[in-house]
Ligand binder design. Structure first.
Ligand code: ATP
Length: 290
């Protein structure tokens, strides 16, 4: 194979809880990860020369070792002794620094692309083990679908696909570094933890309303206290008919779940008319099994 084209899917968190902190400073999480139909297009080709050539459609993104996709290719080359080079072109559609795991998903796609291009004999499990060196979300981005993520996000339990949900996704014009949000999270007796087990039960019963009512993200309070616009977008989505709305990851992206496609389209138009978010799209959950 000389060329591969892959979809690097974005994810949302239907639930995100932080249950502790490890001695090394990493937070222990319980998150429900769900792929959505927003993706970067990753095109990879073999090169005769031993180099990694990266291009992205966003000129402000790094194309060297600071890009997770580059690091993923380097990791695969080093780990499996690949002496040929690779060219990687990424058409970025997932908003950057959004809480949608764009960089992690590009890295995962590049790892899978390297396996395919160079016919590397490696299991997905092994790729996931390697992937965590690049970032805690990378193993999920390799596994894809719907999952409970524990540990620092790398201990994955696959969950059955949920019934397709209509989503409104909006990102305000903000840069929210994940690290800062976690650093400012204070866990004490006043912390409101989402009911992750109850959420999973409603998901397995295809109970959209139960699921929506149990969605929760413990990082919201931190991100919202720094950027109240996140709350404004959540409220606006509810006003426009969302069954519920939630911030994804450490934000600032907010998604709303809609039980009706016409309502979703109407809400999309109305949200676009506000100045709350320059990025507003309609999408749906992505079932990787279909
Ligand atoms: P997460 O949900 O895992 O916290 P995110 O969606 O918040 O991730 P990303 O879009 O992955 O954030 O990017 C965060 C930072 O990583 C940006 O500052 C960006 O410059 C850098 N970065 C490195 N590689 C990439 C990539 N391939 N795509 C996007 N950003 C990248």
């Amino acid at each position: 194979m000389d060329k591969v084209v892959l979809k690097a899917l974005a994810k949302i968190n239907l639930g995100l809880d932080v249950v502790g902190k490890k001695a090394n400073g990493y937070h222990e999480v319980r998150m429900i990860m769900q792929n959505i139909n927003i993706y970067d297009k990753v095109c990879m080709k073999k090169l005769a020369e031993d180099e990694i050539k990266l291009e992205t459609s966003l000129s402000f993104l790094p194309v060297d070792d600071n890009n997770l996709a580059y690091r993923a290719a380097k990791l695969m080359k080093d780990e499996f002794g690949i002496t040929q080079g690779v060219s990687i072109k990424i058409d970025k559609r997932i908003p950057v620094s959004a809480g949608l795991a764009g960089g992690s998903s590009d890295a995962a796609a590049v790892m899978i692309g390297m396996k395919k291009l160079f016919d590397i004999d490696v299991t997905k499990e092994k790729l996931k083990e390697l992937g965590v060196r690049l970032g805690a979300d990378v193993p999920f981005c390799i596994q894809r679908g719907t999952a409970l993520a524990e540990g620092i996000g790398e201990v994955l339990t696959e969950l059955p696909p949920i019934k397709r949900c209509n989503l409104l996704v909006a990102k305000p014009k903000l840069f929210v570094p994940t690290k800062v949000i976690y650093q400012n999270l204070k866990l004490d007796e006043n912390t409101i933890h989402p009911d992750i087990d109850g959420l999973m039960e409603d998901m397995s019963n295809n109970d959209l309303y139960g699921m929506a009512s149990k969605m929760g993200n413990v990082l919201e309070s931190v991100s919202i206290s720094m950027h109240p616009i996140i709350q404004e977008i959540k409220d606006k989505m509810l006003e426009l008919g969302a069954v519920n709305s939630l911030m994804s990851g450490s934000g600032p992206t907010v998604f709303g779940i809609f039980d009706d496609e016409d309502k979703l389209e109407e809400a999309y138009k109305k949200l676009k008319e506000t100045n709350l978010a320059p990025y507003v799209v309609t999408t749906h959950t992505y079932d990787v099994k279909k």
